[in-house]
Ligand binder design. Sequence first.
Ligand code: NAP
Length: 330
Amino acid sequence: MATIRGTMMRAVLVRQFGGIENMKVENNVPIPTIGNKQIMVKVLVSGVNPVDTYIRSGFYGKLPDLPYIPGRDAAGLVQRIGSEVTKFKPGDRVFTCQSGQMGTLAEYTCVDESNVHPLDEKLSYSQGASIGIPYFTAYRALFTKAQAKKNERVLIHGASGSVGLAAVQMGKAYGLHIVGTAGTKEGMDLVSGVGADEVFNHHDPKYFDKLQKGEKFDVILEMLANVNLGKDLILMKPRGRTVVIGSRGSVTIDPRDFISTEAVVMGVAVLSASPMESESAEYVLDGINAGWVKPVVNRVYQLEEAGQAHHDIIHGTGTKGKLVVKVQEP
Ligand code: NAP
């Protein structure tokens, strides 16, 4: 493992909350100090999640102190270990899901050992940077919140994105009947390619009628509740569970639609699960070993293009998996 020269690194720094113009690559950012229970990771690839853009905009419950480095998920190599770290050594391939202040759009980041996981050789660094938030969210939504049981029917409303594809893979591995939606033919092909039993286009004006004519759902994972929650309530079976994962505004619903079914609507907030549930990490690590965790990377950006990646994850349509940023070579 190469030693670090100097005390400075390249990183994307945000000095004030707002648009993507506030994301600047700087060459003289101090390398963070490692804590006793932390691992310093040499970041090779950083994963981009919608939450990164909410934080950068300043519209998020808990904001970091300025200036800050964006990014929660990453994959790379262990550079250094704190004195109390037991499970890793320098040079190990790892992926991380951060919960602290230090971001991953940087050459080095320090992460609590509990949020660092081994990255199997069968996955690339780009795939490793695509695991954290998407797979842990899918687990928390499907199992911790909805308590999905084998053979239940699950609708993943928005299955072509990072969380949706993770949920399709996880649901199929567990033995659920998965129905997914996507907004394009390519997205639909991808969703069925990772194992969904049925796929619909959520931009087809007739897709809701088609769904309504079929068997209803025990569980619905909702990526865009401000558009779909009213439909979800109609599509739930008696005692069905809808988990709201994403929403970008308000929505009008008819509460009578879940009185007769005694169905439940609940939210999920993966970043409030602290520390990252070891249960979900174990499940995902088992899935990597078994081969069903196969993150789909849509596009790799350069560090200078990190702002573009933030723009695209919010404004892009026709999603086909994960957006990641390459930070440096191994
Ligand atoms: P992503 O990769 O950008 O995927 C977005 C998904 O939404 C795509 O499948 C997209 O499909 C779909 N979509 C677009 N229009 C839709 C519609 N009318 N109906 C249903 N789906 C539609 O984002 P992600 O990382 O998967 O995250 C998804 C959402 O969950 C985001 O809002 C994110 O903020 C949220 N999230 C929440 C948590 C939490 O803890 N609560 C954690 C992670 C993510 P097409 O592009 O094919 O149309």
